[in-house]
Design a protein around this ligand. Structure first.
Ligand SMILES: [Zn+2]
Length: 161
C-alpha cells in the first residue's frame, strides 16, 4: 500500500497547492519524477480487446488510447496506464496486440488483457484513487466559488464541499 501512496503522491506532486488540478498536470508530475516524456496518442484499437496500452520505449513512455473512447473513458484509460508507469510495473509484449508499425520499437507493453491480474488490479486501483483525489481537489475549488448560483449549480451536479 505504501507503493500505491507513493505513486499517488508523485502524480499530484506538482499540483499541490495549485488552483488547477488536472490529469494533464499529473502526467507532467510523472514526467518530472521519471525524467522522461510521457506521450499520449489516440489510435484505432477497435479491432482489439483493449482500450489502452502503455508502451515502455527506450526514450519515453507512450500511452495509446482508443480514439473512439468517450472523454471520461479516455481519462480513466490514461489514469490506469499512468498507474502502471508510476507503480513500476514491467511490461510484456502480448502476442495478440499489434501496435502501429511506428511504435514497434521493442517497447514493453502493458494492457488490461495482461496475464498478470494482480498488476492490472493495482493499476485499476491507482486510477480510481487518482480520480477520487482529482475530484476532492475540484471540490475544494468548488467551495471557493464566489457566486451563489455557481455554488448551487456545482452542488446540484454532485459536488459536496
Ligand atoms: Zn493495465
Amino acid at each position: 500500500m505504501e507503493r500505491m501512496r507513493c505513486a499517488l503522491r508523485t502524480a499530484i506532486a506538482d499540483s499541490a497547492g495549485n488552483d488547477t488540478v488536472t490529469l494533464d498536470r499529473c502526467i507532467e508530475s510523472a514526467e518530472h519524477a521519471r525524467g522522461r516524456a510521457i506521450k499520449i496518442r489516440a489510435v484505432d484499437l477497435s479491432e482489439t480487446l483493449v482500450f489502452g496500452l502503455w508502451v515502455d520505449l527506450p526514450t519515453h513512455d507512450l500511452i495509446l488510447v482508443d480514439r473512439y473512447a468517450t472523454p471520461a473513458h479516455r481519462g480513466h484509460i490514461i489514469e490506469h496506464e499512468l498507474g502502471h508507469i508510476l507503480l513500476g510495473h514491467r511490461g510484456t509484449f502480448p502476442g495478440d496486440i499489434e501496435p502501429a508499425p511506428d511504435v514497434m520499437h521493442r517497447g514493453a507493453v502493458l494492457c488490461r488483457q495482461s496475464a498478470d491480474a494482480e498488476i492490472e488490479h493495482e493499476a485499476e486501483l491507482f486510477a480510481r484513487l487518482l480520480r477520487c483525489e482529482l475530484h476532492k481537489q475540484q471540490l475544494r475549488r468548488c467551495g471557493s466559488l464566489e457566486s451563489d448560483s455557481a455554488r448551487r449549480l456545482a452542488l446540484s451536479l454532485g459536488y459536496r464541499p
